[in-house]
Each structure stands twice: as C-alpha cells, then as structure tokens.
Design a binder for this molecule. Structure first.
Ligand code: OOB
Length: 556
C-alpha cells in the first residue's frame, strides 16, 4: 500500500498556528535535538530487544512489548478502516487503562492527531474542544454509574459539524481486523508536524490547544530520560491521569516505553491501594501532585508498617503545583533520597531537581531547566530583565516549547513575545545555580491541586445564570489542595429576577446542566453587593482575596 512519505501540503502546524522559524528549526536539527523520528515508534526498540518484557499493566490486565506492538498495529488498521487518516483530529477521553496507550500510539501511527481530554471534561468542554480542533471522531471511556460518556459524546457529534462518530473503550477492546489488513503502511506528514494536541490549563474563556510535534516531544522525553536516569529495569506507576503532560512525558509513560521499562496505570488513587501496587510491581518511579503526596505521608503516619511497601522507589516526583517545604521535608523522611521536584507546563519547558542535588535544593526549589537549549528570561511588567536573583515573570523559549497555540491568533499575541518566548504566567526567582523558585502567578488561574482552572471560563458560565448579575472567581489557599476556587457573586437585584437560588448547590447544578467540567465547580460561593475596584476601575482580584482572607479569619 502507501509507502510512508512526507505529505507535500502545508504542515498542519503552519496552517493552524505558528511553527518554529525555519532558522531555529534548522539549528535544532543540526544540533541533534530534533531527530526526525516518530512518536508512535517510541516503543520500537524495546519491542525488538525485549518482546516478552511487560510493557503496560493496568487494573485489569497487562501487555508485553510484543503484544503492545501488535495491538498498536491492529488498532491502527481498525482506525484506518473506519476512514481515519493523516491529520484527522480525534478527541481522546480515556482513563488510566491500557487502551489509552494503545489508542494514542495507534492514532499517531496513521498520522491522526489525538486531542487529549481529561476524564472530568463534560459536554461543554468537549464540544468547544472538538469544535476548535475540528475533530472528526471521539473516543471515550466506558459507561460508569454516574456518567454515560458515549451519550455525551454522541451529543457532541450532533453539535460539531466536523465530528462523525464515537467509539467507546469497550468497542476498542473488541475491534477486530484481518491479517492482510495489518500489513498496510500509512501516509503521514513530517515529524515536524503536529503529533497530538493537549489542552492548556487556560486563562481564557475556553481551553486552548497546544500543538506538540513528534520532533519536539520526543526530544523532551529523551532528555527527561537522561535527567531521570531511566533504564529497562524501571517500573513506573501513573496514579494521576496519564493524559496530563507530567505523567505522559516527564519522563512519563512514554519515557518508560522508550527506555524499555514497565508502565503501571491505575484508576485507584487511595494510598492504601496505591502502596499495594508499588509493593506488588516493585515500582521505582511515581509522579504525584502535592495533594496526593499529602495523602501518602498521612497514610504512612497512620500505618507505619506500610512504609516498607515503598522500598523499591528510587524517584518520587512531585509537580504540577507548588510543593511547600514542609511537605517536601515529610516526603524526604518517608522515602529518603527519592524526592524530585518537577516544574513544567504542557506548552513545553520542564525543570527538574536532579537526583544528586543537595537537600536544600530538593526541598526549596522547583528544579532547573532540563535542557541546555532552554532559554529563560525573568522580566518585569515592561519585559525588562530583572536584576539577577530577583523575582519576575518567567518567559521561555526552546526546542520543545511551542511558539503558538493551535488556531488562536488572538491568544498568541498575548501569550508569546514577538521573538517567540512563551509567557508562562509564573512569577519566579532564579538562584545563581540556575534553580528556579516559583513564587506566584500572574495568570488568572486557579491551580487546584495541579488541575488548572481558568477564572474567566467559570465566570463566563456563572454570568449566564439568571440570578447572577456579576461574578468573579479567585483562588484561596486550601490546606490539602494548595488552592481552591471561590466564586464571589453579585446577585441580581431583587425584583429584576429571582435571586433566591444563589447558593453552592443551585450554582453547582447550574454548572452541571451547562455540561461544565466537574472540577471547575467553585468550592465556595460568596455573595457581595459590589466588587472592590482598582484605581483604573477594574475589579481588584488582589483586594478580593484579601477580603476573603479577612472574612475567613473573622469566621474562624
Ligand atoms: C504541568 O503542566 P500544566 O500545563 O498542567 O500546568 C503548568 C503550570 C505552570 O505554568 C505552573 O503555573 C504550574 O502549572 N506548575 C507548578 C509546578 N509545576 C507546574 N507550580 C509550582 N511548582 C511546580 N512544581 O503542571 C506539568 C507539566 C509537566 C511536568 C510537570 C508539571
């Protein structure tokens, strides 16, 4: 059939956004960062070298490398038969199960582009994302007691013109194909084109799409493997949803497949069950977000005998949100010598503390950029570099940091400098040794235990409520989550419309009715007569946060 060839049409990356300038791309190739390999071939070396070694294990079964290779080829053929082809975007909303890995790699094998969505996404986000990506299909998880994913996906197909069909995890598992059809190869675009789209945590009304190429993503994985010292003996456990960039590529399940190790995926986050899994599979690497790390130390305090179950660990990674030094210290005591802080973003840049760093660095910093080619600028409000060691806005550019979101010219003007630096929205300080300390954030976002929520997105939805005149969503500190979301609402004036139903329950059910991600429902709702404003008449989020703090301390 078709030989694998470069497609002559304009790369989708160029059509849908901003690729790296030709000069930068040539330099990244020349200097060996971009190697022209395909992401879907990431397990190829291990498939050949150790076909019988366990590749992926989940709560229901496992696949050896040979079986993984065969499953990817078979599913690629199934997809091809269903009419999927190069550059077709496919929404992928699958839990931590073997199908996620097989499906993502099978889509990429035929040049189709997975668009990773979180399990908590509901109709509103799925529709918006499918629409922006011009997705042709949705692949979703099995029906659960409280969510009928296939029905919601079918509704999305109704609403989005480009979308044609839905497949469930169950259908993926039972899809069959004949031997002859397996022989085909596929026509795919170049490795400098989009491999997949990831959702940005977002600061705008709707999530933006992050286009990652085969070349840039493979480099970030290869480099992560070096920094983290991955070997075929490593056993990696993903407790956090594997569609997040952190457990996918830092070094993540993809790094482990590249190294020929074993990936364990679980849907159970309770520390008792997770500790059992660590002991059972002799897990060596686990990425956690701070709330899960919290659960781990609490569990170990309640059940000191359980600590022995963690003896195989060599790398306990914590990232996605700020790890406070107190929790870092407790983790150091729980599993000495294993803690690694990871500060990264789906847009690119990843920083790690290194296994041989001293305790102060591991406890007190979020690590340093992983690549010598990562360019860092720390600037003031006018984009001028701050004095060394001072805090400022973090900007970054490099061989695996995107130059633009997919089809978002407006957002790109704000999120990138003219010379291609990404404005991370993080406020950092850099030590003389290059280590970064995350000190805050300038973006309007709530980091709810690693899950990012755009304040503007939730505000827009609240404003559609008939009993709400105005709404602002801000973060407030939470002992367990780090931050939680508070909506401050100006109820509609009595007489103009019903303002009786402005409590969390009615708001929560309003948001659910709108098909909003369950995670985005505000943790707390407050009402006020009017908002404090800044000198230029804008709503002051800083003042709001202070007011909330005052309110809490008077209530306490
Ligand atoms: C990771 O990626 P995203 O895209 O979900 O979120 C990125 C943002 C960063 O800009 C920063 O605001 C925050 O999450 N963040 C951290 C952090 N790690 C991420 N803030 C403080 N300390 C940290 N260690 O979250 C992500 C992607 C790859 C690797 C690790 C995390």
């Amino acid at each position: 059939m078709n030989p694998q060839t470069m497609n002559s049409a304009t790369p989708l990356l160029a059509a849908g956004g901003r690729p790296w300038p030709a000069e930068a791309a040539a330099a990244y190739r020349r200097d060996g960062y971009w190697t022209g390999e395909r992401l879907d071939r990431i397990a190829e070396a291990a498939i050949r070298a150790t076909p019988d070694h366990p590749a992926v294990v989940d709560d229901h079964g496992q696949l050896s490398y040979a079986e993984l290779g065969a499953r990817i080829s078979r599913l690629a053929a199934v997809f091809s038969h269903r009419g999927l082809t190069d550059r077709d975007r496919v929404i992928l909303q699958l839990p931590n199960r073997i199908e996620l890995v097989v499906c993502a790699l099978a889509l990429m094998r035929i040049g189709a582009i997975p668009v990773y969505c979180l399990g908590s996404s509901r109709e509103r986000e799925l529709t918006a994302v499918a629409d922006r990506a011009k997705a042709v299909a949705l692949i979703v998880g099995d029906m659960t007691a409280d969510y009928d994913a296939a029905r919601v996906a079918a509704d999305v197909v109704e609403q989005v013109a480009s979308a044609r069909w839905v497949m469930t995890a169950e259908q993926l598992r039972s899809a069959s194909i004949t031997g002859r059809e397996l022989e085909q190869t596929y026509r795919v675009s170049g490795t400098d084109d989009i491999a997949f789209l990831q959702l940005s945590g977002g600061t705008t009304g709707l999530p933006k799409l992050i286009p990652r190429t085969h070349d840039d993503y493979l480099y970030s994985i290869r480099r992560s493997n070096v920094v983290c010292g991955l070997t075929p003996q490593d056993v990696f456990l993903s407790v956090i949803p594997a569609v997040h960039n952190f457990p996918m590529s830092s070094p993540g399940f993809l790094g482990v497949l590249l190294a020929g190790g074993t990936v364990v995926l679980t849907e159970d986050q309770l520390p008792g069950a997770v500790f059992d899994l660590v002991a059972l599979h002799r897990v060596t690497v686990v990425p956690l977000v701070p709330p899960l790390a919290h659960l781990w130390v609490n569990h170990a305090e309640l059940e000191p005998d359980a600590i022995g179950q963690l003896s195989s660990l060599r790398l306990l990674q914590v990232g996605g949100a700020k790890l406070v030094p107190e929790l870092a210290r407790r983790l150091m005591e729980l599993v000495p010598g294993t803690l690694q802080q990871v500060f990264g973003m789906a847009e690119g840049l990843v920083c790690y503390t290194r296994p041989d760093d001293d305790a102060d660095t591991v406890i007190g910093t979020q690590g340093r950029p992983m690549s010598a080619a990562d360019e860092i600028r720390i600037v003031d409000e006018q984009d001028r570099p701050v004095a060394s060691g001072h805090r400022g806005h973090l900007l970054t550019r490099g061989p695996y940091t995107i130059r633009g979101y997919f089809r978002s010219p407006e957002a790109n003007r704000q999120a990138f400098t003219e010379d291609g630096f990404y404005r991370t929205g993080d406020i950092v300080r850099q030590r003389a040794d290059g280590s970064l300390i995350v000190e805050g954030r300038s973006k309007d976002q709530i980091n709810r235990g690693g899950e990012k929520i755009s304040a503007e997105e939730v505000e827009d939805i609240l404003l559609a409520h008939p009993a709400i005149d105005d709404a602002v969503v801000v973060a407030e500190p939470d002992e367990y989550l780090g931050e939680r979301s508070v909506a401050i609402i100006v109820p509609a004036r009595a007489g103009t419309s019903a303002n009786s139903g402005v409590d969390r329950k009615s708001i929560a059910s309003h948001l659910r009715d709108c098909g909003v991600d369950v995670m985005k429902v505000p943790d707390r709702i407050e009402t006020t007569e009017q908002f404090p404003v800044t000198g230029v008449g804008k709503i002051s989020r800083v003042r709001l946060r202070t007011l909330l703090r005052e309110q809490r301390s008077t209530n306490a």
